[in-house]
Ligand binder design. Structure first.
Ligand SMILES: O=C(O)CCC(=O)C(=O)O
Ligand SMILES: [Fe+2]
Length: 281
């Protein structure tokens, strides 16, 4: 952004949570925005998400690799309740499936090589060759908590799912944990377009303490290890802050709003196509 004499420094928001500002260059941002526009087309394109209570999320979303959404029953056992001790792969009220079970029913688009490459590079840069929470040297500060501890899922990291969120003006995302994955591998988050105020909390409670930061276009956030299950959310976007040059592909209007891509490793090898009815029904 203009007016800044020095670049924003790499920061550790919490042990295991690494922010690398301006990680994507302008060409990479353009390439990703163009790809998002392509992925957003039906079938299995951008959709409005309904939450379990029936409310509509202000953010619109599409999924790649695996489809994430609200289910009325666990797709594995068919039960409509939070816990089922006898179901080894129990999900409720959110699940990963292979079809857009809460939308047009189409098969989810494949997880793209572009995101695989970027996410692997992101994890390597966040945690270094040793796959650990980095030391003071990496942050230019002393006594970084958690320095040197191994981050789960870095060795053998193999991302296979991405959620792409579009924030029009006024959209936000409430505090939540990313916890539908079956493996503790880090989450990689890429921001494009308008800046936002992002809240990053702790793993125990949604009631803080929090760190509020501005995420701008091109910024990378990776959270894994001790920060993997931290509560986080988007308080608001800052409409009009996107670089007008960031176009949504040719031909097309400039990007309006904010895009965020979170890349994850599901830990799944197979799952039912769609939620099924309970065995007794
Ligand atoms: O938009 C963001 O920066 C966060 C998105 C997010 O937390 C999610 O998709 O789970
Ligand atoms: Fe999230």
């Amino acid at each position: 952004m203009t007016g800044e004499l020095f670049g924003r420094p790499r920061t550790q928001l919490a042990p295991g949570a690494v922010l690398i500002p301006d990680w994507l260059d302008a060409a990479e941002q353009r390439e990703l925005v163009t790809a998002c526009r392509r992925w957003a087309r039906p079938p299995a394109g951008l959709r409005t998400v309904r939450l379990p209570g029936g409310a509509q999320m202000s953010v619109r979303q599409l999924c790649l690799g695996w489809h994430w959404g609200v289910v009325s029953r666990c797709p594995t056992c068919g039960a409509a309740r939070k816990a089922a001790a006898d179901c080894p792969q129990h999900w409720f009220p959110y699940a990963y499936t292979r079809r857009v079970h809460d939308g047009d029913g189409a098969p989810v688009k494949p997880f793209p090589a572009l995101l695989d490459t970027l996410a692997r590079r992101a994890v390597a840069e966040a945690y270094g060759d040793a796959g650990t929470c980095r030391d003071a040297e990496a942050y230019g500060e002393e006594g970084v908590a958690g320095a040197g501890s191994a981050v789960a899922g870095v060795v053998g990291y193999a991302p296979d799912v991405a959620l792409v969120n579009h924030y029009a003006a006024g959209a936000r995302m409430g505090l939540h944990q990313d916890r539908e994955e079956r493996i503790d591998a880090p989450v990689v988050s890429l921001s494009l377009g308008d800046s936002c105020v992002f809240r990053f909390g702790n793993c125990r409670t949604r009631n803080g303490p929090w760190t509020d930061i501005e995420l701008r276009s091109g910024d990378l956030l990776v959270f894994g290890g001790p920060a993997r299950y931290a509560y986080h959310g988007v308080l608001r976007t800052l409409p009009g802050t996107a670089d007008p040059e960031l176009r949504l592909g040719e031909p097309g209007p400039a990007l309006s709003g904010r895009l965020n891509i979170t890349v994850r490793q599901s830990g799944l090898s197979g799952a039912p196509e769609t939620p099924r009815k309970p065995a007794s029904a």
